[in-house]
Design a protein around this ligand. Structure first.
Ligand code: AMP
Ligand code: ZN
Ligand code: FE
Ligand code: FE
Length: 284
């Protein structure tokens, strides 16, 4: 059997469009043998994912934890195989999810001031109850209003990180998130750290400082990294002996990213599983 490992995916418990179970079914169809569900700041999709599992696939509990540096740079931290009952991590993710609501109200306020006909209710109408709110839901509301044709156009015109309407989400620092994930028995892998097309990125020196506070690995193979960025990251993982991963960052129909378009090597997968003490991979 060919091994296919995708460690970065989103369901509609955050800003993906598939239900968690649909995502698992799509992954099975795509021949994925190991899948991590990594919704933004949430593990709410786990039970539905597990309910749709069959014997061909191993599932990993995870989340993509939003972080913000002291310089207000947005960083995403993939947490894998942590204890989902851990109170401190749960509390931090709950807090970020509620901060995302205030942030969205402010972004919508700025758009209204600029004359856009959009309301916070339009945004909520695009969101599954209890799901983590994000800019993609605002993009969907703009599509519904006929302001843009799809999420990409909304991000290109209004919602990208350099836009005057952009506000970062109040969330823990990367150092704090690493500590929370590891204290919960999980493995902390920084997501797409050098994805310069998304906006300003962290420096190699700062990335090194995260290694000192316990960062376990780096997501290298991701569509938002060009070859030069991947090579720079490979060099860093070699230098520090870090785990390296790949993932699709699948969002259903919300993004072009296809399942398993980037994957993780089995040897790296085994390092992740060996290091985790909070939760075990399920099934397969
Ligand atoms: P937020 O969590 O509110 O900061 O929004 C970030 C999310 O927007 C990420 O999960 C991205 O996947 C998504 N995103 C960023 N750019 C685009 C784009 N051009 N099209 C669709 N989704 C995007
Ligand atoms: Zn997303
Ligand atoms: Fe991300
Ligand atoms: Fe993601």
């Amino acid at each position: 059997m060919t091994i296919k490992i995708d460690l970065h995916t989103h369901s509609n418990e955050s800003d993906g469009t598939d239900r968690p179970g649909e995502l698992v079914e799509a992954a099975i169809k795509a021949g994925i043998t190991h899948l991590a569900l990594t919704d933004h700041d949430s593990v709410a999709g786990w039970s539905d994912a597990i309910a749709h599992q069959d014997t061909s696939i191993t599932l990993l509990l995870g989340a993509e934890v939003s972080c913000q540096t002291k310089e207000a740079l947005s960083v995403h931290m993939l947490g894998l195989l942590f204890d989902p009952e851990n109170a401190a991590l749960r509390h931090a993710m709950d807090q970020t999810r509620s901060n995302r609501v205030t942030r969205m109200e402010r972004i919508v306020g700025r758009l209204q001031e600029a004359g856009m006909e959009i309301t916070i209710e339009d945004v909520y109408a695009q969101l599954r109850e209890g799901a983590t709110l994000g800019r993609p839901h605002l993009a969907d509301a703009m599509v519904k209003r006929g302001i843009v044709k799809d999420r990409s156009e909304a991000f290109d015109k209004f919602l990208h990180n350099r836009s005057k309407y952009y506000i970062p989400d109040a969330s823990p620092t990367p150092e704090e998130s690493i500590r929370l994930i590891k204290d919960a028995g999980g493995v902390a892998i920084i997501a797409h750290p050098f994805a310069s097309l998304r906006g300003r990125i962290i420096s190699p020196e700062y990335l090194e400082s995260l290694v000192e506070v316990g960062l376990d690995g780096i997501e290298i193979d991701h569509r938002d990294h060009n070859e030069g960025e991947r090579e720079a990251l490979r060099e860093l993982t070699r230098r520090f002996g870090l785990i390296f991963s790949g993932g699709s960052d699948y969002h259903g129909t919300g993004k072009e990213n296809r399942l398993a378009e980037n994957t993780t090597d089995i040897a790296q997968f085994e390092r992740i599983v060996a290091r985790a003490t909070g939760f075990s991979p399920v099934g397969g």
